[in-house]
Design a protein around this ligand. Sequence first.
Ligand code: DAH
Length: 339
Amino acid sequence: MQEKIANIKTKALEEINNANNAKELDEVRVKYLGKKGELTLILRSMGGLSPEERPIIGSLVNAVRDELEEKIKQGENRFAELEIQSKLENENIDVTMPSKKTQLGSIHPITQIIKDVEEIFIGMGYEIADGPEVELAIYNFDKLNTPPDHPARDVQDTFYITDDIVLRSQTSPVQARVMETQKPPIKIICPGTVYRSDSVDATHSPVFHQIEGLVIDKNISMADLKGTLAMFAKKCLGEKTEIRFRPHHFPFTEPSAEADVSCFVCGGKGCKVCKGEGWIELLGCGMVHPNVLKNCGIDPEEYSGFAFGFGVERIAMAKFGIDDMRLLYENDIRFLKQF
Ligand code: DAH
């Protein structure tokens, strides 16, 4: 029996030494130490031995098994190292090879205008505010002094979710939300998406973008409004840009005005961009109506302020000479690449 075990050991060690890879090594392990392996079978057959022989043979088999296991382990480690070695040698990277060029996109003209405007107003000490696009009608209309019978509230113009909830038709409700949660002085602009029940054509889209502005403090006057917007027009459209104000009506401002800028293409002489007018309509603005201040918990005796709002598409189209609004939404790379 002892001789048989010694033979198994010699044979097994030789096969372990001769194994060429991890798979062959594993085959040796199964052959000798597996469930039906030669050494295992000897352990199993020990019932037939005499009680004196049993412990001697048992410890011999165990010692051989330990030794074989140890050698197999060493072999496995060696093959694992060899594999890493050969991977390192074969998979080296040629760093001089030219790389695949990633296609770089460009910033969409709408985003570009929003970023430019934000930059200008941040430079004047404004903060950026945000509000929900699915808005309570109270914020979109009532708090902004827009009575229930106002035409802007008509289902023809506004997308109603329920009687009390709308897709905001303007960024102005953010004014009310900011006034309710912040104490003056307030200086914010709010860029965002707005929705109106308009059919798509060259100058209309049911989804478009506005930028709202609001300043509330003590002693704010129309002069502050005019100075701020004149400065903004120059920074946004060029230093030579002039601004003019025409009386207008908005429910949430009093007095209200519309502001035009001198055409930055022809300088005011009249051209295709300004349709021969010399002026381009830019925005709506005015002094915040005392009712709006009251509705939002600000004392109109102590504070006053101005507000303005404009369409981003309109500015993008004028600035980049785009004559059809639909181009802005079609995502045609040939169009977008030009900006
Ligand atoms: N919300 C107005 C609109 O959508 C634009 C506007 C006009 C905003 C006057 C203002 C403002 O803040 O004072 O036509």
